[in-house]
Design a protein around this ligand. Structure first.
Ligand SMILES: Nc1ncnc2c1ncn2[C@@H]1O[C@H](COP(=O)(O)OP(=O)(O)OP(=O)(O)O)[C@@H](O)[C@H]1O
Length: 259
């Protein structure tokens, strides 16, 4: 599904990625964790073909980047990023925003086929937003916008879902609603890579975790093997304890020394 081979990325005199290797198999749902600036979004931008590595190889959905038209592969990937949210036209009705996902357009300039409209309503119903379908996108709360974009992503039946901090800025209620919509929508036929700063977002849906530090993966594998106090302490440089409840991890931070 995804194979990253020894990816490096250099910008000027900064080494941003220092040899990233990662394999995501079909049906695995991964979270990517790590401190601000460690290179998480850079990895996502490479998997979606918006950035090219300085060296290394990228295989996504059976295609080697550099040998294929990435626009064709992108049609099979659902990608929700902060940049995408900013590109949406706030005055467009929610259902139109969702419908545009069927074609990977940002917006429509022609009439939308009835079956596409119906499908958009179905996807909106699946995320619990059908009653808001006719409202302008800009009137939705941040959490509702994220769920609408999730519905938009589902219009193209993606084989791979890439989510860059989708719960950033959401309150507890909106976050839990988003995570439960995500758990409902995804199947084990779809692979996922989800970047977050919040370990408690690793709901049972997620199977694997990759931990990044300073442009490298310092641990990766099944979530219980990676989410250990030792590994997290090393990556976050903080005294941490982890508790599992209903297959979901919760973090406790110990006393932090000022340096
Ligand atoms: N095009 C670029 N030119 C120069 N520096 C860049 C470029 N893209 C990213 N960087 C730098 O690379 C580092 C990694 O950025 P990236 O956005 O991948 O980190 P991140 O782990 O996603 O961070 P955050 O958690 O804060 O979103 C940062 O220090 C950033 O400033």
């Amino acid at each position: 599904m995804i194979h990253l081979h020894n990816l490096t990325f250099r910008r000027g005199d900064r080494q941003i990625l220092r040899g990233v290797d990662l394999t995501i198999n079909p049906g695995e749902h991964w979270t990517l964790l790590g401190r601000n600036g460690c290179g998480k979004s850079t990895v996502l931008e490479m998997i979606t073909g918006y950035l090219f590595p300085t060296s290394g190889k990228i295989d996504v959905l059976g295609n080697r980047f550099g040998q294929v038209d990435v626009r064709e592969i992108r049609k099979r990937i659902g990608y929700i990023s902060p940049a995408l949210i900013e590109k949406m036209t706030l005055r467009d009705p929610v259902w139109e925003i969702v419908a545009s996902g069927a074609f990977a357009y940002l917006r429509f300039y022609e009439e939308i086929a009835e079956e596409v409209r119906e499908r958009a309503y179905i996807e909106l119903e699946r995320v619990g937003l059908k009653s808001l379908a006719e409202q302008p996108f800009g009137t939705l709360s941040q959490g509702e916008r994220k769920k609408a974009l999730l519905a938009r992503t589902m219009m193209a039946s993606p084989e791979l879902l890439i989510l860059d901090e989708p719960c950033a800025g959401l309150d507890l209620y909106e976050r839990e609603k988003f995570l439960s919509a995500l758990s409902e929508l995804t199947s084990d036929k779809m692979s996922m890579l989800y970047v977050t700063h919040h370990i408690e977002e690793i709901v049972p849906l997620f199977t694997h975790v990759a931990l990044m530090s300073d442009g490298q993966l310092v641990a990766s594998g099944p979530k219980r093997d990676v989410l250990t106090p030792d590994k997290l302490q090393a990556a976050y440089d903080l005294p941490l304890e982890i508790r599992w409840r209903d297959d979901r991890p919760w973090i406790e931070v110990g006393k932090v020394e000022q340096r």
